[in-house]
Design a binder for this molecule. Sequence first.
Ligand code: SF4
Length: 136
Amino acid sequence: MTDLSDNKLGIKCQWMEIKRALINHEGQVFPCCYFANIEYTISILGDDPNVWDIEHYGIWRKGDYVAKKNYKTSLHEYMETKEDHNVFNHTLGEILNNEWFTKTLPESWNDEDKCHRLCKKFCSVKSNHRVGLKNE
Ligand code: SF4
């Protein structure tokens, strides 16, 4: 992918752009702090729908959310293959070249349902939230 925003939803991944990824204290590799923060918060608070607005955060509840919606966001897919993205199981190079990082995530930016709301919120070239593009 030469032009990072060459996708249907106009997502320009901030972290890919600067060639960075995040490894958390458990060795889990994330594409950015946005994804890492949500996973960490849920690991502490749990995924009780009374605590979280599941619809809003697009969390990975396998039961009602995924079944009801009949699709999985890139984060759902990440959580289902979580062990594949951990440096205690694979080298960093293997992880960054695995299917989720090279296909699932970038291809989600072509699909309104699969694209996680964080990508739309923070990295859409049309979003006011997108850092760095406001003056471009
Ligand atoms: S929110 Fe999505 S597009 Fe933005 S940096 Fe993270 S993975 Fe990349």
